[in-house]
Design a protein around this ligand. Structure first.
Ligand code: NAD
Length: 350
């Protein structure tokens, strides 16, 4: 197992790369900020264009976790990890999961791993055999909360969409509202289930044909192409796949009133928030609206306490979003800038 410290070039507290030749594991853990507590965040398995792309992703994602955890009111800092896969769609091997577990253990609790794209509860459970610094694996041990974080993420996003709809469209229900969902994975599919139950009309896409068919057959969703989903003439666009999808070259083509979804790092650059606001579209900052999963995962990790705590924290997502929307309207600053400032204030006051 070969560890290399990559920290010097970043404003992160610690960035470590692990290469394990026997298993083929190539992973990076980025610990952004631990002022509020140990760094917690998901482990993403993805096929990157190269190590630089993986590094850029993990640095951005871990900073987002610091801000997310702060605004969610959690006693944890921000971190994230990535496992580089050689080919898209391949499964992670047990040997790689065990090597990754040893890597997390080597960090001694400075980083606590959870689920993210490309990793599921089964994978986390295998990692958990080699380190205790894992969460989102066992709902039974946490009084029914914890375990797979995706349903709580989806619930938080649903509540966030309702808050945005109330603020922007002056409506208190979702009956008949159109929502375009990009990505039907652990969060996106569950979100569709919630939205469908509340009477929303769904437009969906995914790269996985089976998931598209399931959404069409189960929710009566309209299916559109991968390149069309963000440009639908809908009330809400809900990005629930990968990040970086909102950028300066596509903002002119948006036709929705609200962007509110689970995907991390939706804005390719910070100034895209102003371009979205300039189109009179309300953007729910991603790391605020998608905090439901980390709330449940952190509850499981801390073990004990009042289960009511999770529901109150998830309800707090709506409160924080509303505050951000109001401040944005009053100040004329975009919602993402307001959210960043709010998070930095919470961390500075700690
Ligand atoms: P997932 O891997 O289960 O699902 C992602 C889905 O997106 C897959 O179905 C995949 O096929 C699809 N997809 C990938 N690229 C696509 C594209 N270009 N167009 C359309 N679909 C595409 O991941 P997830 O756990 O559902 O997470 C989704 C997003 O939400 C990620 O950005 C993740 O970081 C974020 N998030 C997840 C959680 C959680 O609790 N799982 C919490 C917070 C944030």
């Amino acid at each position: 197992m070969n560890y290399l410290n990559l920290s010097s070039a970043t404003d992160h507290e610690r960035v470590v790369r692990c290469v394990d030749e026997p298993s083929g594991l190539h992973a990076i853990v980025a610990i952004h900020n631990t002022r509020l507590g140990p760094a917690m965040g998901g482990c993403r398995r993805w096929c990157y264009a190269g190590e630089n792309a993986a590094l850029e992703d993990v640095l951005n994602l871990s900073q987002g976790m610091t801000y997310k955890n702060a605004i969610a009111g959690l006693p944890i800092g921000g971190g994230k990890s990535v496992i580089m896969s050689e080919q898209p769609g391949t499964k992670v091997s047990d040997e790689q999961l065990s090597a990754f577990g040893e890597f997390v253990e080597f960090l001694g609790g400075a980083y606590i791993a959870a689920e993210d794209v490309g990793m599921g509860v089964v994978d986390l459970k295998k990692i958990n055999q080699y380190t205790k610094f894992v969460t989102g694996v066992n709902a039974d041990a946490a009084g029914g909360f914890g375990g797979d974080p995706s349903p709580n993420t989806a619930m938080g996003v649903l509540n966030g969409i309702k808050t945005a709809v109330r603020f922007k469209l002056g409506r208190s229900d979702l009956q008949g509202l159109s929502v375009a969902v990009q990505g039907l994975g652990n969060v996106g599919y569950q979100l569709c289930q919630f939205l469908h139950a509340q009477g929303a009309k769904l437009i969906v896409t995914d790269i996985d044909a089976e998931r598209i068919h399931a959404a069409r057959d189960t929710f009566g969703a309209t299916v559109v192409g991968l390149e069309e989903i963000l440009f639908q003439n809908t009330d809400v666009v809900s990005p629930c796949a990968m990040g970086g999808i909102l950028h300066k070259d596509m903002i002119d083509r948006l036709q929705c009133s609200i962007i509110a979804g689970a995907a991390n790092n939706q804005l390719r650059a910070q100034n895209v928030g102003a371009l979205i606001a300039g189109r009179n579209i309300l953007y729910a900052p991603d790391y605020v609206i998608n905090a439901g999963g980390i709330i449940s995962a952190s509850y499981e990790y801390m073990r004990g306490g009042d289960a009511q705590w999770v529901s109150e924290k998830i309800a707090n997502i709506s409160y924080q979003l509303e505050k951000i929307f109001v401040q944005s309207e009053c100040s004329g600053l975009p919602t993402n800038i307001i959210a960043d400032a709010l998070a930095r204030d919470i961390i500075a006051a700690a």
